[in-house]
Design a protein around this ligand. Structure first.
Ligand code: DON
Length: 308
């Protein structure tokens, strides 16, 4: 199989749509990104890395970090205990929906990948790690991606923090409904979450994360970076909730478990052992990279990665 050709073809196809997406204007720093910049990285099951376009361009991980935050929670607490605070059901509303939280059973966020669910997950970590919570998340991200240079963007963090009105509203509702304990400091909690969302990655980093998730938590040398049990839970929630209220369409159009972020990245987790990460900052109305999704569709077709 000519993997470089598969990747180039996907890039060419995706770029036909580069005018269609819209950058995330609700975080002013992200609105400045160039919609014609795209990149993709594919790691074949033998560990060879193939790249196309701006594969080394750094962008903020945004909601993709919710996979890592939830993994940290799974590594700290029992699954049934976690479900008292955050569920594993698909969402029917946008990722920052307030009404979804109001309508959910006992006001528990339906899953860890919507904003409310990720904020609750961060609060669970804060209970355990206090002021070190962000460092803990950053270090776990570095381990999983195998890149100890990863850091967060101060400008994106400040940009989001300065106008995160919906996330603040969600957090106060969670406090009001006793999903988050009253002693938690809201600013500390949200600052941790915003810093985590601002971690800078490129498509190679995402492909490395994807490679580990796709191989049941093991790296190429066979070392266990996360447990197979947790890798399986993450792949499952990525399949059902990873692209929010678009997850059903994504399953039909692409057919690989994936998680998107409003920074423009998408990471996949196909059980077949491939690592795939894509980037392009123009988003569809659900907050998923418009070009990125099309690149993935092309790759999934050519490599027959559709799990359904
Ligand atoms: O909390 C937010 O709104 C952002 N930091 C992350 C949202 C996001 O990436 C949604 N994903 N597609």
């Amino acid at each position: 199989m000519d993997f470089q050709h598969v990747l180039q073809k996907a890039y060419n196809y995706g770029m036909l749509y580069k005018e269609r997406g819209v950058t995330a204007s609700y975080i002013p720093e992200l609105a400045k990104e160039d919609k014609s910049r795209a990149g993709a990285t594919l790691i074949s099951p033998d560990g060879t890395v193939y790249e196309v376009g701006d594969s080394h361009y750094k962008f903020s991980i945004q909601s993709i970090v919710k996979v890592i935050i939830y993994l940290c929670v799974l590594e700290c607490y029992d699954f049934d205990y976690i479900k008292r605070f955050v569920g594993v059901k698909p969402s029917a509303k946008p990722f920052n929906s307030i009404i979804e939280l109001e309508l959910s059973n006992k006001n528990i966020p339906v899953n860890p990948f919507i904003n409310a669910g990720a904020i609750v997950s961060t609060a669970l970590l804060q209970e355990k790690y206090g002021n070190n919570t962000f460092d803990f998340i950053l270090n776990r991200t570095r381990d999983l991606i195998n890149n100890d240079k990863l850091d967060y963007s101060r400008s994106i963090y400040h940009s989001e923090s300065s106008c995160a009105y919906a996330n603040r509203a969600l957090t106060y509702m969670l406090l009001n409904d006793n999903i988050i304990p009253p002693h938690i400091d809201v600013d500390d909690l949200l600052n941790t979450y915003f810093k985590a969302c601002s971690i800078l990655v490129d498509s190679v980093d995402l492909a490395n994360l994807s490679f580990i998730l796709s191989r049941d938590g093991k790296n190429l040398a066979g070392e266990e970076i996360l447990s197979p049990k947790h890798a399986k839970i993450l792949r499952t929630i990525m399949a059902t909730c990873g692209t929010y209220d678009y997850s059903g369409d994504f399953a039909i159009r692409v057919g690989i478990p994936a998680k998107s972020g409003v920074g423009g990245g998408i990471v996949t987790a196909s059980k077949s052992g491939y690592g795939i990460g894509v980037y392009c900052p123009g988003l569809d109305s659900h907050g998923n990279s418009y070009v990125g999704m099309r690149m993935l569709r092309s790759i999934a077709q050519d490599l027959e990665l559709n799990i359904y």
